[in-house]
Design a protein around this ligand. Structure first.
Ligand code: SF4
Ligand code: SF4
Length: 174
């Protein structure tokens, strides 16, 4: 495995430059065996997360909005000492195009000095971000491509996946 990239500015720049390549790689991944890809992705996820300390990054909490479930909303409203309806009105936003409700403040209102101030009670979406430990990677690649620009785990994983599958040399042969 190559050295991983941790510089957030560099990651953002390279991910933008590689957008077309990343979309083409998605097409390639769609033609592969889904289970085989999940196995490789899970192994890369373990290796890469072992080398990254999220407490020194917090880029997802600084640049993205977390999705919330009804259970999350109840829990967060209780923490704020207000009703779920008031919490919804003050702190949430519904994205009608995808039917998902998000915490509207970016950076997240619970981010304090690169740490989550409600860590134990954080939304399920936060707990599972960046989702590379889940199955069905090939069904979520557009989301992965968007996250390449933000999350060092995702950026490095997608790049390493190209190498594992010898994507560049296979393309040259065509
Ligand atoms: S709730 Fe915590 S983990 Fe989730 S986005 Fe906000 S600061 Fe980050
Ligand atoms: S999940 Fe990704 S973006 Fe979020 S803190 Fe960890 S490395 Fe950074």
């Amino acid at each position: 495995m190559n050295k991983i990239e941790l510089n957030l500015e560099k990651i953002s720049t390279i991910a933008k430059q590689k957008e077309r390549e990343n979309i083409a790689f998605r097409t390639f991944l769609k033609m592969q065996d889904e289970e085989k890809i999940d196995t490789i992705v899970h192994s890369l996820h373990k290796k890469i997360t072992a080398q990254i300390d999220c407490r020194k990054c917090a880029n997802c909490c600084s640049r993205m909005s977390a999705g919330v479930t009804v259970t999350d909303i109840r829990k967060l409203a209780a923490l704020e000492n207000i009703s779920a309806a008031e919490f919804e009105q003050r702190f949430l936003e519904l994205d009608k195009s995808v039917g998902i409700t998000y915490l509207k403040d970016v950076p997240c209102r619970y981010l304090k000095d690169k740490s989550c101030s409600i860590y134990k009670d954080r939304p399920e979406d936060c707990k599972s971000y960046p989702h590379t430990q889940k199955n069905d990677f090939t069904s979520r690649i557009y989301g992965v491509i968007g996250n390449c620009e933000i999350c060092p785990i995702v950026f490095n994983l997608y790049e390493q996946l190209k190498q594992e599958l010898q994507y560049h040399s296979r393309r040259k042969k065509r």
